[in-house]
Design a protein around this ligand. Structure first.
Ligand SMILES: [Zn+2]
Length: 295
């Protein structure tokens, strides 16, 4: 009996030892696979993601580098000043008979007001490969400095339209100086450049204002083609289009505003102008110091 009992106990000890060893192995091996291996995987994944982000970053940094020279060429490409503005009609004329005179000038007054409208206008101008003068007011710039920068950064041209949009005709010289200079200064602060075009609010000026504008190195202009988008009865897109198209001629200096119905009309209007055979003159192609030869 003792022998049998001994054998049973011995067998039990063997089984127990085997079980313990197994369980230890079981405990160890899963822990190896579940903790260590995923860590390696994570590291690998991180490596992969790092590679990917580096590649994407490289792509991102490479693209502007590729684009930059093209943009620089576009900016630095000298714009031939083939045009001048008639001081009588405010039409844009060619210096030379050989230059195509079928051009019009686009201008937008009284902004910058609102990002959504402005962005739509800028997109439409880009679509038609057109440059325009945005005649801005100082008090609007003060409210929306980022929108002024947006106009500038999108490659459009900024003009001075006085600080307060008041009728300058009967104002004192001091007041005129302030209304003109303060806009020059705020635009220069924000963009690094002073405007070289001036349009008086309501088209109303006097001798002193003209002199002051010239001293500031700016071209004084009103307009020759009013969209009348400021007149209540034309405040719908078709009305704006009909007014501009009905008055359109070679050299038209077109006055529009940052207004909802004008924004709505703009794409169709620009297409209609192009269909009539006109191009949009780059304002920088207007020689602001041009003196008509006397002969
Ligand atoms: Zn105005």
């Amino acid at each position: 009996m003792k022998k049998i009992l001994f054998v049973i106990i011995f067998a039990l000890i063997l089984i127990l030892t085997a079980c313990i060893q197994e369980s230890v192995e079981v405990e160890i091996s899963p822990s190896n696979t579940t903790t260590n291996k995923p860590t390696e995987n994570q590291e690998n994944n991180q490596d992969i993601t790092n590679d990917v982000t580096e590649e994407t970053e490289e792509v991102i940094t490479e693209t502007p580098i590729e684009k930059d020279p093209v943009e620089e060429i576009n900016i630095e490409e000298p714009i031939s000043q083939d045009y001048y503005m008639s001081e009588k009609s405010y039409d844009i004329k060619t210096k030379d008979e050989s230059i195509n005179k079928d051009i019009v000038l686009l201008t937008f007054d009284d902004g910058p007001k609102e990002e959504e409208m402005l962005t739509k206008m800028l997109d439409i101008l880009d679509k038609h490969n057109a440059k325009a003068i945005f005649f801005v007011n100082g008090y609007r710039i003060e409210q929306n400095p980022d929108l002024l920068k947006l106009i500038y950064d999108r490659g459009q041209i900024i003009g001075n339209h006085s600080w307060d949009h008041i009728n300058l005709k009967n104002e004192s010289n001091e007041k005129i100086n302030q209304q003109v200079e303060d806009v020059q200064n705020i635009v220069e602060e924000l963009t690094g450049e002073k405007p070289i075009y001036f349009r008086p609010p309501h088209g109303a000026g006097n001798e002193y204002l003209r002199k002051k504008v010239k001293e500031e190195g700016m071209l004084y202009m009103t307009w020759s083609n009013g969209s009348e988008d400021w007149v209540k009865k034309y405040q719908y897109s078709e009305g704006v289009i009909q007014n501009v198209m009905g008055r359109l001629r070679a050299g038209s200096n077109i006055l529009m505003h940052e207004l909802p119905w004008t924004v709505e009309a703009l794409d169709t209007l620009l297409s209609s102008i192009e269909e009539e055979g006109y191009r949009f003159v780059d304002p920088r192609a207007i020689d602001i110091e041009y003196e008509i030869p006397q002969n």
